[in-house]
Write a protein that binds this ligand. Structure first.
Ligand SMILES: C[C@@](CO)(OP(=O)(O)O)[C@H](O)COP(=O)(O)OP(=O)(O)OC[C@H]1O[C@@H](n2ccc(N)nc2=O)[C@H](O)[C@@H]1O
Ligand SMILES: Nc1ncnc2c1ncn2[C@@H]1O[C@H](COP(=O)(O)OP(=O)(O)O)[C@@H](O)[C@H]1O
Length: 278
């Protein structure tokens, strides 16, 4: 079975409270984009489950890879044969794009289909929530307003079909835990679903990622990249999640031309132009 785990961006992100367990409640919209890894799951040749990673290197031991954690979380609950898993890593990590969480969620989904495990979407999301706060979203993988720790969902309408979104990853890596430790929670006076259903030209200045307040002073190159996307004509630009990726939304632009412009402007950076949500 071959799967193509996709990345996400956050459209607005507000950290509303610190919880007694150390996690934070937030308000955000998750928006799936077409930057994808390649994941193959096949019945094992031997008696053990294996993971082989190619492409971009993932900075953790194979058994700590979120894919293996997802396999073990399913195997704890039901009989599961060993599998050989092949990951070709494309999505940058430490990027606020949820690439590792997506791999884990697609592993749960893939095992469910490959072996006819009969898990419901809600059961799969429940297992995903043990892997990471971002992980359950990828089981649903459609535009969602999220609250709680990012695990309580309401579908939302975002009118970006066919609109190019340019995502650029600066070289800096922002650890999620550090980013959360620097924010001061506050409750925003905003109706996020209503704002997202308004034209994208009305978002800048009204739709905010609160992580920018603490991440930009530490990493001015991320702030500069956001400004550059606005200079290039983005109707809206923001950092995604806890960074370090920045994205710009370009209504009316030609995606192929935008890719060429990005390749000229950011010759040393990873970037991707996504035109449709998944
Ligand atoms: C910030 C967000 C926004 O979508 O995304 P990324 O920037 O990572 O993509 C997410 O909340 C990241 O979710 P995820 O990356 O799955 O976080 P986890 O692995 O569960 O947690 C990593 C650490 O972040 C902090 N954390 C995470 C989620 C949350 N709601 N509150 C927190 O305080 C905790 O300190 C935790 O130890
Ligand atoms: N399959 C995976 N892909 C990417 N990162 C992974 C994976 N498994 C574990 N990790 C670890 O998770 C961290 C980043 O996860 P990721 O979800 O890509 O973060 P972010 O959304 O913050 O960019 C990295 O430190 C990496 O070592």
């Amino acid at each position: 079975m071959i799967l193509f785990p996709n990345a996400k961006i956050n459209l607005g992100l507000y950290i509303t409270a610190k919880r007694p367990d150390g996690y934070h409640n937030l308000l955000t919209a998750f928006y799936p984009v077409g930057w994808r890894d390649i994941l193959e799951i096949v019945p094992a040749k031997g008696s053990e489950t294996t993971l082989t990673v190619t492409g971009r290197s993932v900075e953790c031991a194979p058994e700590e890879n979120l894919i293996m954690r997802a396999y073990r979380a399913v195997a704890e609950r039901m009989p599961l044969p060993p599998v050989d898993i092949y990951l070709h890593k494309v999505i940058p990590d430490g990027a606020g794009l949820g690439g590792g969480s997506s791999d884990a969620a697609f592993t749960i989904f893939g095992l469910n289909n490959l072996f006819g495990l009969g898990m419901s979407t809600a059961q799969m999301a429940g297992i995903a929530s043990e892997i990471g706060a971002d992980c359950p979203f990828f089981i649903y993988d459609r535009p969602m307003v999220a609250t709680g720790i990012g695990d309580v969902f309401t579908p939302c309408e975002v009118n970006l079909d066919g609109v190019p979104v340019l995502i650029v990853k600066p070289k800096v890596h922002v650890p999620t835990r550090d980013a959360y430790s620097r924010v001061t929670p506050r409750t925003p006076d905003i109706d996020l679903s209503a704002l997202l259903s308004s034209p994208v030209e009305e978002w800048q200045g009204r739709l905010v990622n609160q992580f920018e307040d603490s991440v930009f002073p530490l990493h001015p190159e991320i702030a500069a990249l956001k400004e550059e996307l606005l200079d290039m004509g983005a109707a809206y630009a923001s950092m995604s999640g806890s960074g370090s990726s920045v994205f710009g939304i370009f209504p009316g632009a030609d995606s192929a031309k935008l890719s060429l412009v990005a390749a000229e402007r950011f010759p040393e950076l990873d970037f991707f132009v996504s035109t449709n949500h998944v």
